[in-house]
Design a protein around this ligand. Structure first.
Ligand SMILES: Nc1ncnc2c1ncn2[C@@H]1O[C@H](COP(=O)(O)OP(=O)(O)OP(=O)(O)O)[C@@H](O)[C@H]1O
Ligand SMILES: [Mg+2]
Length: 371
């Protein structure tokens, strides 16, 4: 899978850009605040229809303008797809092959895995950051997962409103059935995804960090092991859990526990990574998670996802940077990298390079290729 070219129209500080990409490495060089992350985030948006940095859609539009769009052409196993995403700041409009599409019809022609400095929050941050990582990763492999997440959120909000308004038990119970049905699907998907990642993750971590660590699923509510159960059983258990806690939930005015409290537990030497991993170990953990995600996705797609690496070389020490670039040179797919200094990126073949200054992007003659 690869992105052959892209066109940006009034996207953040990039007013107008048309770029043709290299099938392997694409390097974007620029000083701080010039628009490197913005360019990567436009690719992320084109792929996922979600902004890379959470925030309002309006923020994607160049200040003072009314709309923005990103167009691109992808190639997947020999087939080309024309993709476009537009927004007026209120809604997102995806188009494929020139026609408006639903999200589900749109997805599949461009999958990305991103790695940015803020990903360290996966280790240090609150559970919601890990849940979002998890749900986005599952959604990359299985686009219906997004709908499950949204349906759960909606049903949860409904139950919370009913609790707050002290609606009849009968009504609340009816909603619990829906919530539990969607909640069970959420739990099953998360459990099987984490399980499929865990072996690969530990191996990679050992390879790059030379220490042992595990990932596992920490359920927000006590249910039986989802891997050896069925959605119906999980649904029943969720329903009886919420029934038992209805009174106390009503007292507090919200659903205190559920899959919305799930977490991805990261441990090193059987201790919480959040509390005990050093900075360098945290970086290795994030890198191992992402590489495991890429491996899993590649297998699922039968094609390599596109990698977006924002400013990673400045985040990693020498030996981990070497490990990363070893992985990248073996990784047989398309990669986009940003950096403030070209010398940070030890790749000198199969690449194309651009310089970005105040949102203006121009190709750089690559002398290293001529040697
Ligand atoms: N909607 C917008 N319209 C115009 N400019 C914007 C918009 N959103 C962000 N910017 C500006 O774009 C500039 C470039 O941001 P970006 O994060 O891409 O820089 P960067 O090159 O990645 O910098 P760094 O090396 O510090 O990470 C910032 O100065 C920011 O204020
Ligand atoms: Mg940046």
């Amino acid at each position: 899978m690869r992105l052959t070219h892209i066109a940006l129209d009034r996207y953040r500080n990039i007013r107008d850009a048309h770029l043709e990409f290299h099938p392997r490495f694409n390097l974007i060089v620029g000083d701080n605040g010039q628009g490197k992350t913005n360019l990567l985030s436009s690719i992320y948006w084109l792929s996922t229809l979600t902004p890379l940095r959470s925030g309002r859609l309006r923020n994607l539009i160049t200040w003072g303008e009314q709309a923005t769009s990103v167009r691109g052409r992808s190639e997947v196993n020999g087939l080309y797809h024309d993709l476009e995403v537009r927004t007026n700041g209120e809604r997102t409009f995806p188009l494929k092959e020139g026609h408006p599409r639903s999200n589900n019809e749109y997805f599949g022609a461009l999958s990305v895995v991103s790695f940015t400095p803020s990903d360290l929050d996966l280790v240090r941050g609150q559970p919601d950051i890990r849940r979002r990582f998890l749900d986005r990763a599952i959604f990359n492999e299985q686009s219906t997962h997004l709908e499950v997440v949204l349906r759960y959120q909606k049903a949860l909000a409904r139950r919370n409103t009913f609790l707050k308004e002290r609606k009849s038990e009968q009504l609340i119970r009816a909603y619990e059935a829906t919530l539990a049905e969607v909640g069970a699907r959420l739990i099953m998907s998360r459990a099987s995804y984490i399980h499929s990642l865990s072996g690969v993750y530990s191996n990679i971590l050992h390879g790059i960090g030379n220490f042992s660590g595990t990932i596992s699923y920490k359920l927000g509510v006590p249910v039986v092991d989802p891997l050896s159960s069925t959605p119906q059983v999980i649904q029943q258990q969720l329903m009886s859990y919420w029934q038992q806690h209805r009174e106390s939930d009503m007292h507090r005015g919200f659903t205190q526990r559920g899959p919305h409290n799930d977490d991805l537990s990261l441990r090193i030497s059987d201790r919480s990574a959040k509390d005990f991993a050093s900075q360098g170990q945290q970086r290795a953990i994030v890198l191992a998670l992402k590489i495991a995600q890429i491996e899993s996705l590649s297998e699922r797609l039968q094609s390599r996802p596109i990698l977006l690496l924002d400013d990673v070389s400045s985040e990693l020490d020498q030996s981990r940077a070497t490990q990363l670039f070893n992985f990248l040179s073996r990784f047989d797919g398309q990669v986009f990298l940003t950096t403030t200094h070209e010398s940070f990126i030890p790749l000198n073949s199969e690449r194309k390079m651009w310089r970005i200054v105040a949102g203006q992007i121009s190709p750089v003659e690559d002398h290293s290729l001529r040697l």
